[in-house]
Design a binder for this molecule. Structure first.
Ligand SMILES: *Cc1c(COP(=O)(O)O)cnc(C)c1O
Length: 417
């Protein structure tokens, strides 16, 4: 059984105020989790988490994270604008984008953010569109396969991101010639992994590369960005990543490589999923039961509200409120209403007997949940609600209305109001 930060009675009250479906985020859980991460890396004086905005791009959540000392990791024009609107700017933002349009580099330069370049050709492109800043970072792609022990964790050789080693050497020299003085190094080689060796193994790679770059180019490397990728236990049987252990293992590698090299580096992270993922819930009602060749429960939410199950076949745990201890006597496909057969939150899931009107809660929607939403079939995006530490709730995004859906047609005479 997965614990929830609200009771059935509380949620019945909340759904009277905000019609389902909506995502609700547990502020207390998010704050405590960030503090755990910061404690794990407290040994590193310059440690900073730059929250991956794409995971949960809500300004109220971003503000909460900023209060906790986080910066923001942005990768698009609107993510930069959103951060700016919350008053987050300058080196409180890491801009880790790829295939970057000129206007995005221009805004990033204007806001004075930390820019993490994805490609060697972007050096001259940035020089033209915003200029080369004093502090700059580059993304590394070592190629080949990324192994943890005997397991292939990622396929950098196939990934569109980053500079090769040779390009980093050439790129750092060029950036220096263009006036850059302080350098950072970034890589993202595995996604959604709870393997505690991921960050330490990645850190070793990046630390070695940092020493090598200093030796070969004379660059003053000051920070290493371990990026995102730490996963969460979506299944009740999944193990949680032990963040304190991960922090101490990265420290061990730091003491082994960086100290003897006479360097001092700040460690940055760009976690998204790990920070907010477990602290979001999609709250829905069961609106239909259908028995044909299989048994279906139809919800008032669909894949437009949470795409991961349809897109990746991802598991999201489901709790039927008030039936937490009931026997899992049924085998249901839990569906949305899209005209797509992959619009299923769960397939053949053992669940308690569900009645129409039951509150059905889908877990772990706090990252890459709402933000991956879309409007297929003319479905509207849901509201987002904040569950505050004292148990009260606050609307932090209203639900879309048909008017929002038609907004981009408002120049057509048909839709003029
Ligand atoms: C998506 C992304 C992240 C965050 O990934 P998580 O899996 O949510 O931790 C961080 N950095 C970059 C550059 C990304 O593209």
């Amino acid at each position: 059984m997965r614990p929830l930060p609200f009771t059935k009675e509380q949620m019945e009250r909340i759904t009277k105020e905000y019609p389902t479906p909506f995502h609700i985020y547990d502020e207390k859980g998010i704050r405590e989790n960030v503090r755990r991460l910061q404690r794990a890396f407290a040994w590193n004086r310059g440690f900073r988490e730059y929250f991956a905005v794409k995971a949960l791009p809500n300004p109220v959540i971003m503000k909460i994270l900023h209060e906790e000392g986080c910066g923001m990791d942005c990768s698009s024009l609107t993510e930069l604008m959103l951060s700016g609107a919350v008053g987050i700017t300058g080196h409180d933002i890491m801009f880790s984008s790829n295939d970057t349009p000129a206007e995005e580099f221009e805004l990033a330069s204007e806001m004075g953010v930390l820019i993490n370049l994805d490609d060697i050709t972007h050096i001259d492109f940035l020089k033209e569109h915003g200029g080369i800043p004093k502090t700059i970072s580059c993304r590394f792609n070592p190629g080949g396969e990324f192994m943890l022990g005997n397991t292939i964790m990622g396929n950098p050789g196939d990934a569109k991101y980053g500079f090769t080693r040779e390009q980093l050497i050439e790129g750092f020299k060029k950036l220096k010639a263009y006036g850059a003085e302080i350098f950072g190094l970034h890589a993202f080689l595995a996604s959604n992994t709870t393997d505690e060796n991921y960050y330490p193994t990645l850190a070793r790679r990046l630390f070695q590369m940092a020493v090598e770059l200093r030796d070969l180019t004379g660059a003053d490397v000051r920070f290493i960005n371990l990026s995102g990728g730490i996963g969460i236990p979506y299944r009740p049987t999944d193990r949680e990543a032990d963040i304190a252990y991960i922090g101490s293992e990265v420290e061990r590698v730091y003491n082994e490589i960086i100290r003897p090299a006479g360097m001092e580096l700040s460690i940055y992270t760009e976690l998204g999923r790990y920070i907010t993922g477990p602290y979001g819930y999609l709250v829905t009602h069961a609106i239909h039961e259908k028995n044909t060749h299989k048994h279906y429960i139809g919800l008032d939410a669909c894949a437009c509200n949470l795409m991961r199950p349809a897109m990746y076949g991802a598991y999201h745990h489901i709790t039927v409120l008030g039936k937490e201890n009931a026997p899992l006597s049924q085998l249901y496909d839990v569906t949305g209403s899209l005209c797509e057969n992959n619009d299923k939150f769960a397939v053949d899931r053992p669940l308690p007997k569900i009645d129409i009107g039951d509150l059905v809660v889908i877990h772990d929607t706090g990252a890459h949940g709402f933000s991956m939403g879309y409007n297929y079939n003319g479905k509207l995006r849901s509201a987002e609600v904040l569950l505050e530490p004292d148990g009260s709730t606050k609307l932090i995004r209203r639900a879309e209305t048909p008017k929002d859906y038609f907004a981009t047609l408002d120049f057509l005479p048909l839709f003029e109001t």
